[in-house]
Design a protein around this ligand. Structure first.
Ligand code: SF4
Length: 358
């Protein structure tokens, strides 16, 4: 099934039961104190995020390190509590679940971590690691060993490796074991937090292909958290781009990759190997999430910035493909970010020399 054959978000919204995961206005700030214990502010890690994932679709959440995407992933699984907002899984209010009900619900929602070395307990054999969720959720009782063998085969490993210890495997093999363990509870939703970024490039492609096969064959709903648009492009149906705790662009992967509407997305795309190095052309560092810039949060780095951008917060506008940019309908369609940034730099230099006394 190709991505275009699958149900779109807008179609799923209008169909009861079409959405598996739905978040509205999720907000998570982490307060911090100085050495004397006085409140000094808060890191606005996730600052009002809304998104929806239809059953059987792959949503990728992308952005630079520190943009809040990993915190968002944990909020979506309620591994951390949001300060406010709503979260529904298959129509059920996840934030209203009791601790016991949440534990039971977790069978359907699994997380694959970035580091396959840290995610497996070195004191457990592969068989024990994969059997644990089977016992916890009372699945395949009496045939746990056979089920472990099936799961290992499903992720491309020989069943006879079950008695070995995690340190006996390579990084790619360990990530396959972590995937088998996540599959053991027969989840409907998996969140992969940079699931291949710790692997060698040659192994990354194999694991991405495996994830794509599993998603297709098992009808999984998958949220892929990644900074790597090359990986995202291979398996995502829908992409949400995050910057400083907020989604700045969201839409079908094909539309977003071919016609990005937000300057930040353009910069990310231009930074994909083989397409330039636009992130280097963005002015300045990512601002502090403790005190984000007023107006458009991206205005301190945007080569297209206008006076309105410094004053008014742009809203996420559009239908299936949405962007939070005042100029999204008037940005130069084909102007590479590299040229726009160079133009902006030139203009600043000219202004500087014009202002200098002769
Ligand atoms: Fe750039 Fe202005 Fe759009 Fe923000 S609103 S991305 S500063 S053009």
């Amino acid at each position: 099934m190709s991505p275009s054959d699958r149900t779109s978000v807008s179609e799923a919204v209008n169909r009861p039961g079409g959405l598996l995961l739905q978040a509205d206005g999720l907000l998570k700030h982490f307060p911090f104190r100085d050495s004397l214990g006085r409140a000094r502010g808060a890191v606005r890690a996730v600052d009002g995020v809304s998104l929806a994932v239809p059953q059987g679709r792959v949503l990728a959440i992308v952005g630079e390190s520190g943009c809040g995407k990993s915190t968002l992933g944990r909020l979506l699984l309620r591994l951390i509590e949001p300060d406010s907002g709503r979260l529904r899984f298959d129509g059920e209010d996840v934030l209203a679940l009791s601790p016991a009900a949440l534990r039971a619900k977790r069978r359907e929602m699994q997380l694959i971590f970035q580091d396959p070395f840290a995610s497996l307990d070195p004191r457990m054999t592969v068989e024990a690691a994969i059997t644990e969720p089977l016992i916890l959720h009372k699945l395949h009782r009496g045939r746990e060993r056979a089920r472990v063998a099936e799961l290992l085969e499903r992720v491309g490993l020989r069943p006879e490796l079950a008695r070995r210890w995690p340190h006996e495997f390579s990084g790619g093999q360990r990530q396959r074991i972590a995937i088998a363990r996540a599959l053991a509870s027969e989840p409907r939703l998996i969140i992969g937090d940079e699931p291949v970024s710790a692997l060698d490039v040659s192994v990354q492609a194999q694991v991405v292909n495996l994830l794509g096969d599993l998603i297709r064959d098992l009808g999984l709903t998958f949220v892929l958290i990644s900074h790597d648009l090359g990986v995202v492009r291979q398996i995502a149906d829908e992409v949400a781009v995050m910057y400083l705790g907020q989604i700045v662009e969201q839409g079908p992967a094909e539309a977003l990759f071919h016609a990005p509407r937000h300057p930040y997305t353009r910069a990310l795309l231009a930074a994909v190997p083989g397409q330039g190095g636009a992130l280097k052309l963005l002015e300045g560092d990512v601002p502090s999430p403790v005190s984000p810039p007023p107006g458009c949060r991206f205005h301190t780095r945007c080569p297209f910035v206008q006076p309105i951008c410094r004053e008014q917060v742009p809203t996420l506008d559009g239908e299936a493909h949405r962007a939070a940019c005042h100029l999204q309908d008037s940005l130069p369609a084909a102007t590479p970010i590299r040229e726009a940034a160079a133009d902006a730099r030139l203009a600043r230099l000219q202004a500087y020399f014009t202002e200098q006394p002769a």
